[in-house]
Design a protein around this ligand. Structure first.
Ligand SMILES: C[S@@+](CC[C@H](N)C(=O)[O-])C[C@H]1O[C@@H](n2cnc3c(N)ncnc32)[C@H](O)[C@@H]1O
Length: 279
């Protein structure tokens, strides 16, 4: 008998464009180099096309899926691959610390791309191979000086090395999405590879403040978005004066924000933090 889901209406709000191209599925699994020691986390079961390929190669696969209408597909997958465990929940609400995985592979629901990526970056893992909307992937891997470089690029590349695997056309999915997609490979940096930060939260606030005005000079961006750092205009102006007087920094506050590399942004954040807290 045809599974119930064959007549299920796919929910676009849940990003339900399921993969049908097996070559793309294999590319994702190969990019993650899945082997029998791996415990893999996948977000979004769909009809299980990616889950099955992962389960064939891995020791165990956890899949977090929100839509319980997909249960018949889950039953079919588990009958064939008992090393699959489905967690019926919103991936944004699941406590990932309770799952012991070392790799992540997923054709993500694009509406949660940003929050789920930041949730992953807080975790330790060997590698994540993830499908994103193409434009989002380009922003993730963008380098300073390009038009795609922004808050996402800095926030992700601070914690991880990001590599473009391949572009994926709408015809790889059913139904076809209106946009191109891309597979990206994310490798977390080791703690000793990370630039030293005085304060993570303050760094995030500085990045947010700067990239609200990425075509302006760093000085103007900081003044215009001072509230993002919990400061008023006089306070930030005084801090900038102090910074200029110190004349220690490796950068020029008259540089445009989108030309600042991560090292310079970290340095700027640390200097401002020290001035603010009189350290
Ligand atoms: C793009 S489809 C991918 C499905 C399947 N892995 C594939 O490649 O064909 C995204 C899947 O994520 C599920 N989903 C959407 N939002 C979710 C959320 N917040 N938490 C968990 N699953 C979610 C959808 O129901 C859908 O099955």
């Amino acid at each position: 008998m045809e599974p119930r889901c064959e007549i299920m209406k796919q929910n676009k709000k849940l990003g339900q464009c399921f993969l049908k191209d097996k070559n793309i599925v294999k590319k994702a699994v190969n990019a993650a180099d899945i082997n029998k020691n791996d415990i893999v986390l996948e977000i979004g079961l769909g009809k299980g096309i990616l889950t099955k390929e992962l389960a064939k190669n891995a020791k165990k696969v956890y899949v977090i899926e929100l839509d319980m209408r997909l249960e018949p597909f889950a039953e079919e997958v588990i009958a064939e691959y008992p090393n699959v465990e489905i967690i019926w929940n919103d991936a944004l609400k699941v406590n990932l610390d309770e799952l012991n995985f070392n790799k992540i592979v997923a054709n993500l629901p694009y509406q949660i791309s940003s929050p789920i990526t930041f949730k992953f970056l807080k975790k330790d893992f060997d590698v994540a191979v993830l499908m994103y909307q193409y434009e989002f992937a380009k922003r993730m891997i963008a380098k300073e000086g390009t038009k795609e470089y922004g808050r996402l690029s800095v926030s992700v590349q601070y914690y991880a090395n990001v590599q473009f695997v391949c572009k994926v056309s709408p015809s790889a999915f059913s139904p076809k999405p209106k946009v191109d997609s891309a597979i990206v490979k994310i490798t977390k940096k080791e703690p000793n590879e990370l630039y030293y930060l005085e304060d993570k939260e303050f760094f995030e606030n500085v990045v947010r403040a700067l990239f609200q005005h990425k075509n302006k000079t760093a000085k103007k961006a900081l003044i215009n978005s001072c509230h993002e750092m919990g400061l008023n205009r006089d306070e930030i102006k005084n801090m900038i004066d102090t910074l200029n007087n110190l004349n220690l920094s490796k950068f020029d506050l008259n540089e445009r924000v989108f030309t600042l590399n991560i090292e310079k942004i970290v340095e700027l954040s640390n200097m401002l933090y020290r001035i603010k807290n009189k350290l």
